[in-house]
Design a protein around this ligand. Structure first.
Ligand code: ARG
Length: 458
């Protein structure tokens, strides 16, 4: 017998039952559902909607269900459709018909919205913790390798040398924005929908403010129709999550490239890699590969829910049940990726000799060589051309700028002197970028201090 069976003359078709049920996934909301029910029933008592003795029986029943849930002994039945009906049925089985009074002045529509708000608020807090830990890992690693220079790229072509610490710190600030975005989205998660009823509010003299206080909500929805049909708070979370995953994915791509034989810049820890069933030599960067791959599903969940929402008339529609799986999967995917990346970054080894060779064997000092001529009085455009010709000269002779003699330099411009070779030194090239936010060692140290302050203030 369904809890809503009164107006029906036939049992539900089996396929319909399976198709419409959400218990398979919304059981994840059981804890929040019980928490919300408890706050609701206590308020019904305070407002005189239910006699105190009923409230006590119901509250005790809910507490017992909470214990069973924690002990893992609570069973869910697809015939009861969703987590709300399952728990209400359990309550009635446990304490008798008085359990049926719990749903007074409430609908599953405001109930499920409440559960989602409670659930997501808690998860966002945990996700932010994980982001901050990842940021700490980045700062620690930046300090550990503060002296290491690596080629900086544009178009994936060698551009100018940068500090590895500077490169890692770039991700620190991306994740700082991610944490800020989630903290901002949390403001809209922190809103209480209960009391909206099915869509129009309730005839009972309930006190929504006190429920909001009890559940720690900063605000409540001012419109019952908005309260039950709003999923912006999930969309915002998914949007912030998708951007965060894109950041993790870009970092993944770099770790995959850097750990290849071709780059050979880093070595990922054995504990974070896997092997091949056929090729004995293989050590594969599966973790960053999977993070890069799983970014697709998180972006998909955002697009999926946006598409669910776009044609929905007010107020509740069953389509809204589709808000859950993508959100749960996004939470799981984010938490997994963030936790793994903190460990991956803390354990990776930087191959200093490879990097030293890499920055010595390229043309990434070319900009600074042009600047050198500018300082000797040549207009920049002219200097650019001179150095371009020099580079072409090297390419044709299969050598680098540092391999040319001063005589050769002078063939291209009489302004060249002995000090041209110092101008090419990658360390000098890096450290000359003293501008705030630049890659010079001093500027990067100051940047890392600002990063540390960001973490302190967070
Ligand atoms: N399982 C439903 C959902 O997730 C709960 C709300 C159902 N409301 C309704 N009127 N059928 O959206």
């Amino acid at each position: 017998m369904k809890l809503w069976g009164g107006r029906f003359t036939k049992p539900t078709n089996e396929l319909v039952e399976a198709y419409t049920a959400s218990i398979g996934f919304d059981r994840r909301l059981a804890k929040e559902d019980l928490e919300g029910s408890l706050a609701h029933v206590k308020m019904l008592g305070r407002c005189g909607v239910l006699p105190q003795e009923d409230v006590e029986k119901i509250a005790e029943g809910l507490e017992e269900l909470r214990r069973r849930l924690e002990a893992g002994t609570l069973e869910f039945d697809v015939a009861q459709e969703d987590v709300h009906m399952n728990l209400e049925k359990h309550l009635i089985d446990l304490i008798g018909p008085v359990g049926g009074k719990l749903h007074t002045g409430r609908s599953r529509n405001d109930q499920v919205a409440l559960d989602m708000h409670l659930y997501l608020r808690r998860e966002i807090d945990e996700i932010i913790e994980l982001i901050v830990d990842l940021q700490r890992a980045l700062v620690e690693t930046a300090h550990k390798y503060l002296d290491v220079i690596l080629p900086g790229y544009t178009h994936l072509q060698r551009a100018q040398p940068v500090l590895l610490a500077h490169h890692l710190a770039a991700y620190f600030w991306m994740f700082a924005r991610d944490a800020e975005r989630l903290r901002d989205a949390r403001k809209r998660v922190d809103m209480m929908p209960l009391g909206a009823g099915a869509l129009a509010g309730t005839t009972f003299p309930i006190d929504r403010e006190s429920v909001a206080r009890e559940l720690g909500f900063g605000r409540l929805y001012e419109n019952s129709m908005d309260a039950v049909s709003d999923r912006d708070f999930i969309l915002e979370f998914l949007a912030a999550a998708a951007i965060l995953m894109v950041h993790l994915s870009r970092m993944s791509e770099e770790f995959i490239l850097w750990s290849s034989t071709e780059f050979g810049f880093i070595e990922l820890d054995d504990a974070y890699c896997t092997g091949s069933s056929i090729m004995p030599q293989k050590k594969n960067p599966d973790v960053p590969e999977l993070v890069r791959g799983k970014t697709g599903r998180v972006v998909g969940h955002l697009v999926g829910l946006l598409t669910v929402m776009k044609g929905l008339p007010l107020a509740y529609n069953k389509d809204l049940q589709e808000d859950k799986e993508g959100m749960f999967d996004t939470v799981d995917t984010l938490k997994g990726a963030l936790a793994l990346f903190s460990g991956l970054i803390r354990t990776l080894e930087v191959r200093r000799e490879r990097l030293a060779r890499a920055v010595a064997e390229d043309f990434s000092g070319a900009t600074d060589l042009a600047d050198y001529l500018v300082r000797k009085g040549l207009p920049f455009r002219r200097a650019h051309e001179v150095i371009g010709k020099l580079v072409l000269h090297c390419v044709q002779r299969s050598c680098f700028l540092g391999d040319l003699s001063l005589e050769e330099y002078r063939e291209f411009s009489p302004l060249f002197d002995e000090d041209v070779f110092q101008a090419l030194d990658p360390r000098r090239v890096v450290d000359a970028r003293t501008v705030r936010g630049g890659t010079g060692t001093g500027a990067v140290k100051a940047q890392l201090e600002r990063a540390a302050r960001w973490l302190e203030d967070w």
